[in-house]
Design a protein around this ligand. Structure first.
Ligand SMILES: C[S@@+](CC[C@H](N)C(=O)[O-])C[C@H]1O[C@@H](n2cnc3c(N)ncnc32)[C@H](O)[C@@H]1O
Length: 376
């Protein structure tokens, strides 16, 4: 019988519903959005597909045990009793990351150490030898989540964060992480058939992610390594099938995607990044002031991720920029939907357009907004 696993896809806060939709498209079961992630279930193939296909998630965890614990002794007994030998051998390296919330253990590093000790003791008791710790690049990365004394132990399937697609070596000012950028594009409802314009594209993250969507290109195809490839029970044939299926799904985009920025140096970076992402032929980049842009037709998406005056004293300078963006949207892009993504929600007051919808998204720790404007 096919084994069913419980998974958790970690994502930037605010993108839970987007990840849930992505998981629905992958035919995941028991999809449940939680804070900064979505739990779901399915077979191993689904776990592999989630790693390869999820655009807005940063990590896929495979749960291996849940239990309550109210003391160190109870915690240790539970962890040492687990069949760790099914997940790693004495020749594999391990690391533990812990996340603690309102529990009897209060320090995540201490909790990670206690978990590691119990795993190592399991091997010592059984084989009189133990696996080594490798914090930087472990073969098996164990995650402990302890919430109100409820412990969940999982294995990190992804390895390095999934936002690291590998195409972005050159960065401009305040670049968006790829998973957040993909989530923003998906929130606009962009599906590859509409016109897509990023008028302040920086290093090109939004148009590149839009082009990957338009190509139906699984973002994981750009990566060389996933954590599960180093697991002892990795099914390399199944993984090859999942990759081959994704390669067969790649298509030619139906429309062109546009990215422009006022800085010619940064546009150069964006072009180079798009080339590495394999989407250069479908993204037209140009050096242009946002205020010189003209419409490319109706029914499209025009988006800006403007500077938001992070440094002291800059805020008044950028306020006027937001007003001007509102004017350009209103005067030149009628019949399109405009979006502004900003790390300073206060600045949206200067846009001067009626907001149709606002999404609260977290760019790391920074509470940000994606505002939508219907441009009639
Ligand atoms: C926050 S960054 C965008 C980052 C981008 N989303 C990324 O992922 O790399 C803001 C960008 O707006 C550009 N910019 C500022 N004023 C502009 C204007 N008037 N027209 C076009 N681009 C402008 C800056 O050069 C900068 O690259």
């Amino acid at each position: 019988m096919t084994e069913i696993y419980n998974y958790f896809a970690v994502c930037p806060r605010g993108l839970e519903a987007v990840v849930a939709r992505e998981l629905k498209n992958l035919q995941a079961k028991d999809i449940m959005p939680e804070r900064a992630g979505v739990s779901f279930s399915g077979d191993l193939k689904l776990g592999y597909k989630a790693n390869l296909w999820l655009r807005s998630a940063v990590r896929v965890l495979c749960k291996i045990k849940e239990f309550p614990a109210h003391s160190e002794a109870e915690f240790y007994e539970n962890v040492v009793a687990m069949h760790w030998e099914n997940h790693l051998s004495i020749d594999h390296t391990l690391a533990v990351t812990a996340n603690i919330n309102d529990s009897f253990l209060t320090h995540s590093q201490f909790a990670a150490l206690k978990t590691k000790d119990a795993v190592v003791d399991r091997f010592m008791n059984k084989y009189e030898r133990r696996p080594n710790v490798d914090r930087d690049s472990p073969d098996v990365h164990i995650y402990l989540n302890m919430n109100h004394n409820h412990c969940t132990l999982s294995l990190n399937m992804s390895g390095e964060s999934l936002h690291q697609r590998g195409y972005r070596r050159q960065k401009g000012e305040a670049p968006l992480k790829e998973a957040l950028a993909a989530g923003i594009v998906l929130l606009t409802g962009y599906d590859g058939s509409q016109i897509f314009i990023d008028a302040m594209c920086g290093s090109g993250t939004l148009p590149i992610e839009a082009a990957l969507i338009a190509r139906n290109f699984a973002p994981g195809l750009l990566r060389q390594n996933f954590g599960f490839q180093r697991w002892p029970n990795h099914d390399a044939d199944l993984w090859q099938n999942v990759v081959a299926e994704a390669q067969d799904n790649v298509c030619r985009p139906a429309t062109t995607i546009f990215g422009s920025d006022i800085s010619s140096q940064i546009v150069g970076f964006a072009k180079e990044n798009a080339r590495r992402a394999g989407v250069r032929p479908w993204v037209k980049f140009s050096q242009k002031d946002m205020f010189e842009l003209t419409s490319r037709g109706e029914g499209g998406v025009i988006i800006c991720n403007p500077p938001y005056g992070e440094r002291m004293g800059e805020i008044d300078d950028v306020r006027g920029l937001y007003t001007e963006i509102g004017n350009v949207f209103k005067r030149r892009f009628t019949g399109n939907t405009g979006y502004i993504f900003t790390g300073n929600p206060e600045l949206l007051k200067s846009v001067g357009l009626k907001t149709k919808q606002k999404h609260v998204l977290y760019n790391g720790q920074l509470e940000s907004r994606l505002a939508e404007y219907a441009l009639f």
